[in-house]
Design a protein around this ligand. Structure first.
Ligand SMILES: Nc1ncnc2c1ncn2[C@@H]1O[C@H](COP(=O)(O)OP(=O)(O)O)[C@@H](O)[C@H]1O
Ligand SMILES: [Mg+2]
Length: 327
């Protein structure tokens, strides 16, 4: 890319990252990460534990200085103008700075005052956010008494007191119950509707599939693939055949029975995900017929067998050589 084009892109994209490296002693956490996120979009950053997701987010939010490479957020250089970056972003996620003794409402009001709202506006905004996050009633109790999910919602709400240009959500749904997770998903769509750019890291494949305009897959400190969910699936190619044994204890037996139908590269990995075994079906219905014949010969009772397009699980397995985390 020419330097003029890079300059233009760094100014127009909400987030622009080029060849960022970051090491901790001997550990190379980022080995040349590059990507861009358009304004008003949701970028999903998908990767297993230790991939470099949090390090990337910390560099972009100016909590860590990159060893080399460049990164711009809302048009500001994270190294040269970190103060401008901080004004344009909101950070939430793994470390909430909530006062446990104050109510959710008082915490939000406090954040509002801190961001320069007068008392009346701060209180009004606090009440709007409590409503949005379904916290109107518990909002009156001290944060110290909240469940993990409620605390997470207050944490997110605090960052929204003043509308940021870019929001970083570092595994916002990890450890949440399904209901709280849904409300975070709902919120992310709202943020997008408001024109805010969201960078969302996750280990949950279905989460990025559902919410992201674009996905980057990170593993070992580099971007190993990027595109829309559909593009990633198309790149993985072909059809998959899925077998669900009636008794989940028979998953191993299914793997045994399929034998050489499972590609060598996947043989040592858990091709059994959840309640099913999933294999590439290069010959479509012919592969399925062969699968059924082998299952039958081995006397395994099955609940379901189907051909389907690749899921993001397959994408993840194909790209990284190990299965993703399931919610
Ligand atoms: N402060 C640190 N000191 C030493 N190693 C670190 C530090 N932070 C992260 N790492 C290492 O850098 C790699 C990437 O970590 P991280 O960015 O937290 O990954 P992720 O968020 O994708 O799980 C891992 O190998 C991790 O152990
Ligand atoms: Mg992390």
């Amino acid at each position: 890319m020419s330097s003029t084009r890079a300059a233009a892109e760094s100014a127009s994209a909400a987030v622009y990252v080029a060849d960022v490296h970051k090491s901790f002693g001997d550990v190379q956490a980022l080995r040349g990460v590059s990507f861009a996120a358009e304004r008003g979009t949701v970028l999903g950053i998908l990767g297993p534990n230790g991939a470099g997701k949090t390090t990337t987010i910390k560099v972009l939010s100016t909590l860590l200085r990159p060893d080399s490479g460049t990164a711009f957020v809302a048009g500001h250089d994270v190294v040269r103008d970190p103060a401008a970056v901080r004004r344009a972003i909101m950070m939430t996620g793994q470390n909430a700075a909530l006062d446990q003794n104050l109510s959710g409402r008082a915490n939000l009001e406090f954040f509002g005052r801190l961001m320069g709202l007068d008392r009346k506006d701060a209180r009004k905004r606090a009440d709007e956010l409590l409503e949005l996050f379904d916290l109107a009633v518990p909002g009156r109790r001290p944060v110290g008494s909240y469940s993990g999910g409620m605390r997470r919602r207050v944490d997110l709400a605090c960052g929204l007191v003043v509308r940021p240009e870019v929001i970083f959500l570092d595994e916002p749904t990890t450890g949440l119950d399904p209901r709280s997770r849904q409300s975070v998903w709902h919120l992310i769509s709202r943020l997008k509707d408001e024109g805010i750019t969201v960078l969302l890291t996750t280990q949950y494949l279905e989460e990025v599939d559902l919410l992201s305009d674009k996905i980057i897959v990170i593993d070992g400190g580099t971007v190993i693939s990027e595109g829309t969910a559909d593009e990633l699936k198309a790149r993985t190619g072909g059809t998959f055949c899925e077998v669900v044994p009636r008794d989940p204890a028979q998953l191993g037996a299914v793997v045994q029975a399929l034998g050489d139908l499972i590609p060598q590269a996947l043989r040592d990995e858990a091709v059994a995900l959840g309640d099913r075994v999933s294999i590439p079906a290069a010959d479509g219905s012919e592969t399925m017929a062969e699968v059924l014949r082998r299952i039958h010969t081995n006397g395994i009772a099955i609940a379901d067998v189907a051909l389907r397009r690749p899921s993001l699980d397959d994408v993840f397995l194909t790209l990284t050589g190990h299965p993703g985390t399931h919610s």
